[in-house]
Design a protein around this ligand. Structure first.
Ligand SMILES: Cc1cc2nc3c(=O)[nH]c(=O)nc-3n(C[C@H](O)[C@H](O)[C@H](O)COP(=O)(O)O)c2cc1C
Length: 270
């Protein structure tokens, strides 16, 4: 089973997204998948020129000469595609959008009805792969991933791919700092690895693995994030320390199975 992962973070392996992507891909490899990773920041992939040459002049081939010549056949023939990306202004960083736009040669100008909706037909030789989203964001609430999720699911419907799930980690800079400091976050890393196993072995990811990766954030915590913002830059260092501690308490509370209400509140005054 062949898998292609594209990491769209400009920070590549040092980024927050990679902290979730790494164990997930390890799990896929352990389960027998052959995984190749590409970094959007390292590749030279220009924006689509919109000339539709890949449809009408040289069907299946883009006129531009850049790294997409190498990547496109891999995207066409992989069994699993993993798009790993930070949330950038409610979307994805530009280089990943370029990759996706430049996938147009994988479909034809012809249209068919699928599930009552007009969709372009796939070009011959393109595998209807499974697609996974791995994403991290800075804010607390899980709905910060909604625009990205909606977009990726739409791509799957239009390009005849199967959306197989999303590993989402909100408030990821704090999680990454816990990873870097060797704080106990093994349950989250293990769940990401287990998700990779499950995907390769069963073709899907269990909701338990997905839930553990994203953690549990209640509304009180979301308000806490807002408090952090309005308190002002001068207090940020102090608050950061408190917040880090609060996050650790939260994470360990989640591990102990404490209900979200027990994890709410924020010790702003010490
Ligand atoms: C240009 C830019 C835009 C961002 N936009 C959002 C956003 O809309 N929502 C959010 O929750 N986080 C946002 N973030 C925070 C990142 O998504 C977050 O820090 C992420 O974990 C970074 O991943 P990386 O280290 O793998 O690049 C943004 C960060 C940058 C640099």
């Amino acid at each position: 089973m062949k898998a292609i992962a594209i990491n769209a973070s400009p920070k590549m392996d040092k980024g927050n997204t990679a902290a979730i992507l790494r164990p997930f891909l390890d799990g896929m490899r352990e389960a027998g998948a052959e995984v190749e990773v590409f970094y959007a920041a390292k590749m030279k992939i220009n924006p689509c020129q919109g000339d539709l040459a890949c449809w009408f002049k040289t069907p299946g081939r883009c006129a531009q000469k850049d790294d997409m010549e190498m990547l496109l056949p891999k995207l066409a023939s992989a069994d699993i595609l993993v798009f790993a990306t930070p949330v950038y202004v409610d979307g994805m960083p530009g280089p990943l959008k370029n990759v996706i736009d430049r996938c147009l040669p994988l479909v034809t100008p012809f249209v068919e009805l699928r599930d009552g909706h007009s969709r372009h037909t796939s070009r011959e030789g393109t595998i209807p792969s499974k697609v996974v989203l791995v994403s991290s964001c800075g804010l607390w609430e899980i709905d910060n991933f909604d625009p990205l999720l909606t977009y990726l699911k739409a791509i799957c419907r239009n390009m005849k791919r199967e959306f197989a799930g999303a590993l989402l980690r909100p408030h990821c800079p704090a999680f990454k700092s816990m990873v870097d400091k060797g704080e106990p976050v093994d349950d989250i890393l293990d769940s990401a690895r287990e998700a990779g196993h499950e995907l390769v072995r069963t073709g899907s990811i269990s909701s338990q693995s997905l839930t553990t990766v994203k953690g549990r954030r209640d509304h009180q915590q979301a308000r806490t994030g807002f408090h952090l913002c309005v308190l002002g830059v001068g207090q940020l260092r102090f608050i950061d320390c408190l917040h880090e501690r609060r996050l650790q308490e939260c994470e360990s509370g989640v591990r102990r199975g404490a209900p979200p209400t027990a994890l709410s509140g924020f010790p702003v005054n010490g």
